[in-house]
Design a protein around this ligand. Structure first.
Ligand code: GLY
Length: 570
């Protein structure tokens, strides 16, 4: 009879097999890990970039939380399960529309550190040192996300249980979760950036990531516990604030304890306008999103776009020409309203936008070099759309700027710092990572917020929520939201068609129409080339999360097919 004798080698082998096996076993409920692109519900709904985060949001709604409670829980959960853009070391914007008619915006955008200077990314000859605003400690603005969530909680929570909103994120960080193929690819592509921008081996570093590997983040769990137990103080003072300052000192950044202690998120009045009988509610400066979206809608409103047809040469030409002019304005006139007088009234007026479009030629592309701003932005960001059973809505866009932000993890705290400083104009006319140029309005100043393109938007019809929409995508955020709104309102598409249809984009400079592969037919492209347009292919434009409410109150949610995005309703 064969007797199996346990030797040390056998024990080691058994241990190895157990470790391997346990790496594949995780406490994540598989049902909560199914990627769903369309859902319909009568009550609550959450659409986000990650199935686990969407489910965290829905769990909070089911516990009696409102849309804001769910948004707070999703923001923290995304910081764990979607570290490329979800964050506590970055910032964002939340647009809120209560069922009682209250509209509000929470601005938790990062700020330049107090020691920041206008020319901090230029050498002594005035030449921009490209990587400085994009990687490492010097690229980071003072993070706003935690204070934004505290502010939202204090003003709008229905659950009134801060700890319950953060605990799901803590559990995900402590227990770990299996990464998807997309996440494995993204992490693999950033290994040298993590190596180059950290003084220790971060949780994101591994010889090779594969789908199903478990990402455990104990340091991040600890930081989240401090925030859970101490609120704002758990991040902006004490252990975490000091660790950020230590990181800055070790890695050449500028954020001080004073920067941390004095950071405050703020409420801002939403940009509101009417478009063809719908009320559009979006984010004001320091985001350019709301103003530019309104400018685009105002500009095309007089034209019969529905008759022109979806993705016809005529409708694409008109939308591109509007985008060219609006992005020229963005470069000149938009910045942090606390530092620069943004000519909002003018920019939002029908007259101004009609005047800007008076040289629009239906038969000919304008050259961007002939378009000046009127007289008077590898992207990662992430969006969440939520509606609760009472009809309260939240449209939230949050970011670290580039994928995994500055790629610098705060030692001992497990979270990534943003590289949002690159959203400033580092030098007039020098393009940022999105090819966007800027000038005086968006120059670097101490404590100033950098201009954003994030466009969290809510559309109302007859006083009721019609649509909740937003997307990541750097400079393409505005034009992606623009297209989805037009797809629903003008082209009568359902939410899935509106979100999954291919997109295009023009941002004045460079003078080219960016287009997803096969977005336009050969015939349409030829017609557009004939009248002077150029094309560049961009593999992906935006990752839209949208909810549309129909006339009987049924919620239809669409999660963009361009990622692991998931809609969950109940
Ligand atoms: N960091 C991208 C944006 O705010 O526009």
């Amino acid at each position: 009879m064969f007797i199996f004798k346990t030797t040390n080698i056998h024990k080691l082998l058994i241990l190895y097999v157990l470790v391997l096996f346990s790496c594949r076993i995780h406490p994540v409920d598989n049902e909560k890990y199914s990627i769903t692109k369309y859902a319909q519900s009568n009550d609550g709904m959450v659409v986000s970039a990650h199935p686990l985060a969407s489910n965290v949001g829905v769990d909070i709604l089911k516990m009696g939380g409102n849309a804001v409670d769910a948004a707070i829980a999703v923001q923290f959960a995304l910081a764990v399960v979607y570290p490329g853009a979800g964050n506590i070391g970055g910032g964002g914007f939340m647009v809120i529309q209560s069922q009682k008619g209250v509209s509000d915006c929470i601005d938790y955008r990062e700020k330049a550190p107090l020691k920041a200077t206008e020319k901090m990314y230029q050498d002594s000859n005035g030449i921009v040192i490209d990587s400085l605003s994009k990687f490492g400690a010097l690229a980071a603005g003072v993070p706003g996300s935690v204070d934004g969530m505290v502010l939202a909680f204090e003003h709008y929570s229905q659950l009134k249980d801060w700890k319950a909103l953060i605990q799901p994120a803590i559990d995900l960080a402590n227990n770990g979760f299996p990464i998807t193929e997309n996440e494995a690819n993204q992490l693999n592509s950033k290994q040298s950036d993590f190596k180059n921008n950290n003084r220790f081996i971060t949780q994101f570093e591994r010889a090779h990531w594969e789908k199903g590997d478990i990402l455990v983040q104990k340091d991040l769990a600890h930081t989240l516990e401090l925030i859970r137990d101490n609120g704002r103080d758990g991040f902006y003072s004490g252990e975490v604030a000091q660790a950020i300052v230590d990181e800055m000192q070790a890695m050449g950044g500028l954020i001080s304890l004073e920067d941390m202690n004095s950071y405050h998120a703020t409420q801002r009045t939403p940009i509101t306008t009417q478009y063809k009988g719908y009320d559009i509610i979006s984010m004001p400066p320091p985001s350019s999103g709301g103003i530019c979206l309104v400018q685009l809608l105002r500009t095309i409103e007089p034209y019969p776009i529905h008759e022109m047809g979806f993705h016809s040469a005529e409708s694409v030409h008109m939308m591109v020409e509007a985008e060219r002019r609006v992005y020229a304005d963005r470069s000149e006139h938009l910045g942090d309203p606390d530092y620069y007088k943004v000519p909002m009234k003018t920019l939002l007026s029908s007259e101004y936008n009609a005047d800007r479009f008076k040289d629009f030629d239906r038969q000919k592309a304008t050259k961007s070099q002939d378009v000046k701003p009127g007289i008077i932005e590898h992207e990662e960001t992430t969006h969440v759309s939520i509606i609760d059973m009472d009809g309260n809505a939240v449209s939230l866009t949050t970011t670290l700027n580039g994928g995994y932000g500055s790629c610098t993890v705060v030692k001992g705290c497990g979270f990534l710092l943003n590289n949002e400083m690159d959203d400033f104009s580092v030098k007039p006319g020098v393009p940022n990572m999105f090819g966007l140029v800027g000038a005086e309005a968006n120059k670097i100043e101490p404590s100033k917020r950098m201009l954003s393109s994030m466009t969290p938007t809510i559309v109302m019809k007859d006083g009721k929520i019609k649509m909740i929409v937003g997307t990541p995508g750097g400079s393409t955020i505005i034009t992606s939201v623009f297209q989805v709104v037009v797809n629903v309102i003008d082209f009568g598409m359902d939410v899935s068609q509106a979100v999954q249809s291919p997109r295009f984009h023009h941002q004045w400079l460079p003078d080219t129409i960016y287009m997803e592969p096969n977005a336009l037919s050969e015939e349409t492209m030829q017609k557009l080339k004939d009248i002077g347009h150029n094309f560049s292919v961009k593999n992906q434009i935006g990752r839209v999360e949208a909810i549309v409410v129909d006339s009987s109150g049924i919620r239809h949610g669409a999660a963009d097919k361009r990622g692991d995005d998931t809609v969950v309703g109940y």
